[in-house]
Ligand binder design. Structure first.
Ligand code: HEM
Length: 369
C-alpha cells in the first residue's frame, strides 16, 4: 500500500470506490433548489436526476434533447475533448466550453479531477461499446438503434458493477444478500425494505440528505494520481491558489490518473470485497465521524463561503426537517418488525437527539468498527 497506513485508513476499501459511490450519487440524486436558510417542504423536493441507475448523468436527455453531449459527426458517440474533426473515441479530458466548464450531464462530475476522469472513462466506455455493436449487429434487439443498444449494454455493465462490486464493498455481502430477495438463481426486483409506492421510483429524503452522504467520511485528504507526481496532492487546498485536485478547469496534464492506484483487479484478476489494498493502491478513509481537512474548506465553486461540507449537511438536514438519528432508528425497527439497536447517550458520546447524518456515521463507528 502507498505511504504509511494509519488507523483512520480503511485498507479493505480502495480509494476509487469513494468516487464510484459519488458518481452513483450523481446519477441518482440532485437537489439544486432547496435552500439552507429556510425550512423546505421535504415532500416537494424535486430530484433533478432519475433514480434508476440509467446514467442520465452521462446521457442527459439523449442526442435530440442534449445534442451538446454528443459528437455532431456521429451522434451515436458521446463528445470527448474539444470535438476535433472526425469522431474521437477516447481522449484526455471532458469536453469543455470556452470558459473551461465541462459539457456533461451533471455539473458535479467536474468538482475534482478524480470524478472528472471517472466520468471521462464512462464516456470512452460508451464509445467503445458503440464500435463493438457496429461489428456485432446481432447484439441489437428489435428496432433498437446502435445508440440504444450501446446505452443498454453500458447501463447493464454499470448496474452489474453497482450491485456486485460497489454495494458489497460498502455494506458487506451479507447485507446485500439479506436485502435482495432471490427467485431461484435470479434476483427478484422486490426488495425487503423498499417498495415502489408509486409507478416511478423515488429517493427517500433520509437517503439523499443524510444516509448516502456517508461518502463524505470516506474522502482522503490527499491522493497520489500517477508515478510522475511523487507527493500526494490535497483534494482542495486551504489556500485558494494552492496546487490541488480541484476541478472546473481544463485537466492539467500532470494530474492524469493511473487507475491502478484507485481500483484493484485492473490486470484482469477479480479481487473480492474485503481484500486489503496492496501495491500502489490507496485506501479510502474509514466510515466514521471524521472528515478530511479538504472538505472543511471546499473551493468557492462548491460553496461561496467555503463552509465545511459537514456544516452544509447539518444545515440541509435541518432545513428539510429530517428526523433525529434516534427517531429514525426506532421507526426503521417498527417498519421491519424487529428490534433495531438505538445508540445510547454513552455510545453517542453525548445526550439528546443527534442529526441523522452524524448519527449514522457514529453508528458505523460504534456498531461496525
Ligand atoms: C470529494 C468530494 C465531495 C465534495 C466536494 C462533495 C460536496 C457536496 C456538496 C457541496 C453537497 C451539497 C451540500 C448541501 O448543500 O446540501 C453534497 C451533497 C451530496 N453528496 Fe457530496 N461531496 C463529495 C463526495 C461525496 C461522496 C463520495 C458521496 C457518496 C458516496 C457524496 C454524496 C452526496 C449526496 C448523496 C449528496 C446529496 C445530493 C443531492 O440530493 O442533491 N458526496 N456533496
Amino acid at each position: 500500500m502507498v505511504g504509511t497506513a494509519t488507523p483512520a485508513d480503511n485498507p479493505a476499501l480502495p480509494a476509487g470506490y469513494t468516487y464510484l459511490a459519488q458518481f452513483v450519487d450523481h446519477d441518482i440524486t440532485f437537489d439544486p433548489t432547496s435552500r439552507l436558510d429556510r425550512v423546505d417542504d421535504a415532500e416537494a423536493v424535486r430530484n433533478f436526476r432519475t433514480p434508476r441507475f440509467d446514467l442520465d448523468s452521462i446521457y442527459g436527455g439523449g442526442p435530440k434533447a442534449s445534442p451538446y453531449l454528443y459528437n455532431n459527426n456521429d451522434q451515436a458517440l458521446l463528445l470527448i475533448d474539444r470535438a476535433p474533426a472526425g469522431p474521437r473515441l477516447a481522449g484526455s479530458d471532458l469536453p469543455r466550453n470556452s470558459q473551461e466548464r465541462a459539457l456533461i450531464g451533471d455539473p458535479r462530475n467536474d468538482v475534482h479531477v478524480i470524478i472528472s476522469q471517472l466520468h471521462l472513462a464512462f464516456l470512452a466506455f460508451h464509445n467503445a461499446v458503440v464500435i463493438h455493436v457496429r461489428s456485432n449487429p446481432a447484439l441489437r434487439w428489435g428496432n433498437e438503434s446502435e445508440f440504444q443498444t450501446a446505452c443498454r449494454l453500458v447501463r447493464w455493465h454499470y448496474q452489474w458493477i453497482v450491485l456486485h462490486d460497489l454495494l458489497p464493498r460498502i455494506v458487506g455481502p451479507q447485507t446485500v444478500e439479506a436485502v435482495l430477495t432471490r427467485k431461484g438463481k435470479r434476483y427478484d426486483a422486490k426488495l425487503k425494505l423498499y417498495n415502489l409506492r408509486f409507478k416511478d421510483p423515488y429517493i427517500p429524503i433520509e437517503f439523499s440528505a443524510a444516509a448516502y452522504r456517508f461518502g463524505h467520511s470516506l474522502v482522503r485528504d490527499s491522493y497520489l494520481l500517477n508515478s510522475s507526481n511523487p507527493s500526494p496532492l490535497p483534494l482542495f487546498s486551504a489556500d485558494a491558489g494552492g496546487a490541488d485536485l480541484r476541478g472546473f478547469r481544463q485537466l492539467p496534464e500532470q494530474l492524469r490518473i493511473e487507475w491502478e492506484r484507485f481500483f484493484p483487479g485492473l490486470d484482469g484478476a477479480p479481487v473480492p470485497p474485503g481484500t486489503p489494498a496492496s501495491g500502489n493502491l490507496q485506501p479510502s478513509m474509514r466510515l466514521d465521524t471524521r472528515l478530511a481537512p479538504s472538505l472543511t474548506h471546499p473551493p468557492i465553486d462548491v460553496d461561496e463561503q467555503r463552509r465545511s461540507i459537514a456544516l452544509l449537511n447539518l444545515f440541509r438536514g435541518q432545513a428539510l426537517g429530517l428526523p433525529s438519528g434516534q427517531d429514525f432508528a426506532t421507526a426503521v425497527g417498527r417498519r421491519i418488525g424487529a428490534s433495531v439497536h438505538v445508540l445510547t447517550p454513552d455510545e453517542l458520546g453525548q445526550p439528546g437527539p443527534l442529526p441523522l447524518w452524524f448519527y449514522l456515521l457514529r453508528e458505523a463507528e460504534v456498531l461496525g468498527g
